[in-house]
Write a protein that binds this ligand. Sequence first.
Ligand code: HEM
Length: 249
Amino acid sequence: MQVRSVGVRVIDDVLDEAVGRRHRPDPVIGRSSGPAGNAQLTAWTGLLLLVLIAVELVTLLDVRGLLSWHVVVGVLLAAVAALKIASTGWRIVRYYTGHRPYRRAGPPPLLLRILGPLVIAGTIGVLASGLWLIAAGPASSRQPLATVLGQRIDWLSIHQALFIVFAVVAGLHVLARLVPSVVLATSRTRGQESGAQLRGWGPRVAILGATLVAGTLAAALVLPAASSWHDEHRGFHEFPPSGSGPAHE
Ligand code: HEM
């Protein structure tokens, strides 16, 4: 009975958070607004990630034809995901090092606390393996690394498998965090006179803007390195499709 009621409460906590019925009271402290400011930056970054993820999903409809978009949006995603991991990581470090305002705000619901590191690992996995494919080029990326249950594993199939992992963990995260994101992204009054922006609004906009500029510059540097994949698609080189049987000798 006891275990069941704990289980029910754990799930209720996430559902309450996901529908916006409840969110921890983030104190507004100092020029950056402390925990409330951190939550706002995390929410803004999350919503921007959602837009970029949606665009990246569209490129999967024709990844060969839209390869340049896939690479550019992928690099932008890496920059914005790095900011997301930094802002949530800052909250985790402040919480575990006993910073009082963050202790007072408290941790996220238990299931989201467990899911968080999986979302970070899935995100780093799919983005890093994608960048590795560009660095390695089509020939090395299709070299078999191992054969598992008769299935040939190469870097391309690893990237595809990590995308599925990412889709599951990030999908669950977004289900739980979409409504709170919208509430947090527009949060003005929490602990403030109604209508006033949370202090530190300007620097947070600047951080997001700088991240987008850095991501765009990185994409401009990385895109030329993807030319071997373009060549392959234009048929300059013959490679067997990923993960399909032994290579043509
Ligand atoms: C795809 C890469 C993403 C990564 C790696 C990531 C990672 C995390 C982590 C580790 C946390 C802390 C655990 C938690 O409180 O749930 C978190 C919180 C949060 N995430 Fe994400 N997330 C991602 C995408 C998103 C997206 C797309 C959204 C928006 C729909 C979002 C919105 C939020 C919100 C609102 C919080 C709580 C902020 C707070 O109250 O301080 N995240 N994220």
